[in-house]
Design a protein around this ligand. Structure first.
Ligand SMILES: [Zn+2]
Length: 283
């Protein structure tokens, strides 16, 4: 066993042990309340109150104000606005060694995509309370743009990619949060998850930076690498492909844009950015 493999083995063992201590979706990932199936929507790992707070129609509408003008991605979709509860959830997922939260967040992101592209409408929490599961959409629906339920705006989706963290950060945290989200979204939509981008240098935290500073900060910070799918199989190329790019939060979009530029440079026909949260003004 190579050292890298053994690291992975111990890490997985560690994750399993953690899951025994914190069983998935027994407690709401928002408020921490115990989830019982009748009164809540525990499928998403959230109680009804937190669902309401996060995914109201108003919240969704605010996220839709994000512009793509001048960007290398053509669409941006987010589940909710960034702040309060969504900020707490992302914080737990990224900084508190709770990688399994990525499954819930990824499922929610896949549902957001499905809602927009599959049903072609935005309905907010009401629709999200329906008991749709990932298994339901695994298959050909998304990858071939056809559907028994009457797809409206759906096109062919070829790959899910993600905005990677730097390898040092990944080693520290034990996982790449966007990669975990991407794997879950890909599994839900039944398309391959692609590992094709790398961060070539650490970038400064962008919290208080202007739009222009952010763009400068990420310039040249990403590079293309030989694409592999989740099974470690090489993927030929991206020419003419439609890519879903995954990140946890979008602010000015400069980071995602730097990644999308690389994907477009490799011939991708369309890049759709999906994030869990969108930082919008006045929130
Ligand atoms: Zn809750």
């Amino acid at each position: 066993m190579k050292s890298g493999e053994s690291m992975g083995f111990w890490r997985e063992l560690g994750e399993e042990a953690l899951q025994l201590i914190y069983p998935e979706n027994l407690y709401c990932m928002g408020c921490g309340d115990f989830l019982d199936n009748e009164a809540t929507v525990s499928e998403w790992g959230l109680c009804g109150r937190c669902m309401e707070k996060l995914f109201s129609k108003e919240q969704l509408k605010k996220t839709m104000e994000k512009e793509c003008v001048g960007k290398n991605y053509q669409r941006v979709l987010s589940c909710t606005t960034y702040g309060g509860l969504s900020k707490e959830i992302i914080g737990k997922f990224k900084n508190n060694s709770q990688p399994w939260l990525g499954k819930n967040i990824g499922r929610l992101m896949a549902e957001r995509f499905r809602e927009e592209y599959f049903r072609g409408e935005v309905r907010g929490t009401e629709a999200w309370n329906t008991q749709t599961t990932c298994a339901e959409t695994v298959g050909d629906e998304f990858s071939h743009g056809e559907s028994s339920r009457g797809a409206k705006a759906l096109g062919r989706v070829d790959f899910v990619a993600f905005v990677p963290v730097h390898k040092h950060k990944k080693r520290l945290r034990g996982y790449d949060q966007a990669q975990l989200l991407a794997k879950q979204v890909a599994a839900c939509l039944g398309v391959p998850c692609l590992d094709c981008l790398m961060r070539t240098r650490m970038t400064a935290a962008m919290k208080n930076m202007s739009k222009e500073q952010r763009r400068f900060n990420v310039e040249g910070a990403f590079a293309w690498k030989e694409p592999m799918d989740c099974d470690g199989e090489k993927v030929s190329d991206l020419r003419g492909k439609r890519i879903l790019l995954i990140d946890d939060v979008v602010t000015t979009g400069s980071t995602a844009d730097a990644c999308a530029r690389i994907l477009r440079g490799q011939g991708a026909a369309e890049v759709i950015l999906i994030t869990f949260a969108a930082a919008v003004q006045g929130n």
